[in-house]
Design a protein around this ligand. Structure first.
Ligand SMILES: *[C@@H]1O[C@H](CO)[C@@H](O)[C@H](O)[C@H]1NC(C)=O
Ligand SMILES: *[C@@H]1O[C@H](CO)[C@@H](O)[C@H](O)[C@H]1NC(C)=O
Length: 198
């Protein structure tokens, strides 16, 4: 979930509502019986707990490498004044031989500004066809930590039933959508898909 730190590196700073006086907790669930085949494809980032320099129109493209538990991931976001920015990374299921396999990933992202970052994130829950809730945590000095949560959708908005599920999932891991930032995907802001790909 640190892909946008790369995009953010071009910006002033990122602010998180989710900084805690505790080390990263290891109690946050990860989706079990995870299916890389079902997870592949496009996801829109609908909410994120980091403000990400007000990046909007953020989407993720997951492409599975053959039958491996490994994805090539591309993330694209729109930043006012900079236009659409792209970052590429690789996300590997962290423990591909465990049964049931959990949606925990070791990921590497190549920053727009050069260099790579390694990090770990998990899909807390997903139904593959509507929503995914993603979480990661970074330890900070003095036993503090910063958590990043995101809500992904297969469409640019979720239906009410999916938001009800997502809010319950967030609550189960002691997060709240009110602490997240809504990410605009309106055609006015993001333009047409064809324009973006040029
Ligand atoms: C992912 O990271 C964990 C912790 O560092 C390590 O034990 C595991 O082997 C890694 N998995 C892969 C597929 O590299
Ligand atoms: C972090 O917490 C541990 C365990 O409570 C403690 O032993 C350690 O001194 C703390 N470190 C800092 C820098 O506060």
């Amino acid at each position: 979930m640190k892909f946008f730190i790369g995009i953010l590196a071009l910006l002033v700073c990122s602010v998180s509502a989710l900084e805690f006086d505790r080390p990263c907790r290891d109690t946050v669930a990860a989706k079990e019986n995870f299916s890389p085949a079902f997870y592949t494809g496009n996801w829109f980032e609908l909410y994120n707990s980091l403000d990400q320099g007000n990046a909007d129109c953020i989407d993720h493209h997951y492409t599975r490498r053959g039958l491996q538990q490994v994805f090539d991931v591309e993330r694209i976001g729109f930043v006012e004044g900079l236009g659409f920015l792209r970052e590429a990374g690789v996300a590997s299921v962290a423990f591909p031989n465990e049964t049931p396999m959990r949606a925990i990933f070791n990921a590497t992202i190549t920053r727009i500004t050069g260099g790579t970052i390694n990090y770990n994130y998990r899909v807390v829950a997903t139904d593959y066809t509507n929503y995914a809730v993603v979480w990661s945590c970074t330890d900070l000095p003095n036993n503090r930590s910063q958590e990043e949560g995101a809500i992904l959708g297969r469409q640019i908005q979720l239906n009410e039933a999916s938001y009800t599920k997502v809010d319950a999932i967030l609550e189960s891991v002691e997060l709240n959508r009110e602490d997240f930032r809504f990410i605009d995907h309106s055609p006015e802001r993001c333009g047409l898909e064809t324009e973006r790909n040029n």
